[in-house]
Design a protein around this ligand. Structure first.
Ligand code: ZN
Length: 84
């Protein structure tokens, strides 16, 4: 995950498009999934870019989901947050 600096993609020079995406994260065997959030995705290589501050907000949300998952001892399941 990288901050959006400027388009096109800094990895492959492909075009980046704003898309609604889902991402799954794993920590200590616990999986959480965040879906329905907007980010910029390279149409060629799939690199994900966030607007300034966006990556931090996603990281905060994911940390909260991990805290919830661990508190509820849902080690064998997964916590999914869907933004709509
Ligand atoms: Zn790319």
């Amino acid at each position: 995950m990288k901050q959006l600096m400027e388009s096109p993609c800094s990895e492959c020079k492909g075009k980046v498009k704003r898309k609604t995406i889902s991402q799954e994260f794993e920590k200590e065997g616990v999986k959480v999934k965040l879906s329905g959030f907007k980010a910029w995705v390279c149409s060629q290589c799939g690199e994900i870019y966030f607007e300034p501050g966006g990556a931090e907000k996603v990281a905060q949300a994911v940390n909260c989901l991990f805290a919830l998952a661990l508190a509820e001892r849902q080690h064998k399941g997964r916590v999914i947050a869907h933004l709509s």
